[in-house]
Ligand binder design. Structure first.
Ligand code: ADP
Ligand code: ZN
Length: 293
């Protein structure tokens, strides 16, 4: 049996299941302070014979196995979790392999193996929610360099009529600062869900997302693009994104039919937790490989 944690800024989802993504049991725990939240996480997994645990975490996190702070949540604005040794906390409680990656990388893995990009060796998963983040599977593996990519903070060209300053605490008007849920709310004075029938809202949203997609396409050339997160529940945004993207790309790169290329998660809201199960499986397999070598 495999264990999975999808660690988010507002809630943790913990689940047990198998390597085909079948979830046997799951719980939700509010994200408060590590002492409280992790006590409940550990109590949950103590009830099951889990062989490994995969964590898909909010970040930034340290995913570099050579680093002394590997397995830590690093510079999050959630101060209680800053420099929190997540992997160590799990390993102290359960002496089993632990997989650790970003929430969006976990979701990208889930979608690549079992979701909308099943059968493809590359995809990009983007969440547009409280923040914007993306994970990429490239040639069958999660893309990682010095650390994990931070594709939500790229710079975009501002719309000439958009006076909103931007909400990113680091860059103000980066993509996340202009287009994540809290930016929509602050710019328009209402939550996204209340703005469903406002064409101007979603056209502007798509104006920014399409620019980001253009850049991801030019740099990574993913075989499928999956857009998840709360904001993307506004399905009408997809059509606006397609229109802006066609204009931006202007025929330079040949793309598949956009309604088939830029899609919602095949695993729905389970992309992250399912991907975390796959991270657990990867951790287990790599331990077995080490033992056999
Ligand atoms: P998180 O990013 O915290 O994991 P979500 O992906 O649900 O969670 O993102 C939350 C953000 O998405 C909030 O800013 C919220 O206003 C916005 N949001 C959630 N649901 C919707 C919706 N149906 N339509 C528009 N915006 C939404
Ligand atoms: Zn930023």
């Amino acid at each position: 049996m495999l264990g999975a944690i999808e660690a988010g800024g507002t809630k943790f989802v913990c689940a047990v299941g198998d390597d085909e993504g079948n979830i046997v049991e799951r719980i939700q725990i509010p994200t408060t302070v590590p002492e409280e939240t992790m006590e409940e996480v550990i109590a949950f997994f103590q009830k099951y014979p889990v062989e490994s645990i995969g964590i898909g975490s909010f970040g930034p996190i340290d995913v570099n196995k050579e680093s002394p702070t590997y397995g830590y949540i690093t510079s999050t604005p959630k101060t209680a979790w800053k420099n929190y040794p997540f992997v160590r906390a799990i390993k102290d409680a359960f002496d089993i392999p632990v997989g650790f990656n970003t929430d969006v990388n976990a979701a990208a893995l889930g979608e690549a193996k079992l979701g909308a990009a099943k059968g493809l060796d590359s995809c990009l998963y983007i969440t547009v929610g409280t923040g914007i983040g993306a994970g990429a599977v490239v040639q069958g593996k999660l893309l990682q360099g010095l650390t994990h990519p931070e594709m939500g903070h790229i710079l975009v060209r501002r719309h000439s009529e958009d006076q909103y300053a931007g909400k990113c605490p680091y860059h103000k008007d980066c993509l996340e600062g202009l287009a994540a849920g809290p930016a929509i709310e602050e710019r328009w004075g209402e939550k996204g869900i209340q703005l469903s029938n406002r064409e101007d809202v979603w056209n502007l949203e798509a104006y920014y997302i399409a620019q980001a997609l253009m850049q991801y396409i030019l740099i990574l050339s993913p075989k499928k693009i999956i857009l998840g997160g709360g904001v993307m529940k506004q399905k009408q945004v997809f059509t606006y994104i397609h229109n802006h993207l066609l204009q931006l790309v202007n025929g330079y790169v040949e793309l598949p039919e956009l309604s088939d290329y830029i899609v919602s998660p095949g695993l729905g809201d389970n992309a992250g937790i399912t991907g975390s199960l796959l991270l657990a499986q990867e951790a287990l397999l790599s331990k077995q490989t080490l033992q056999n070598s």
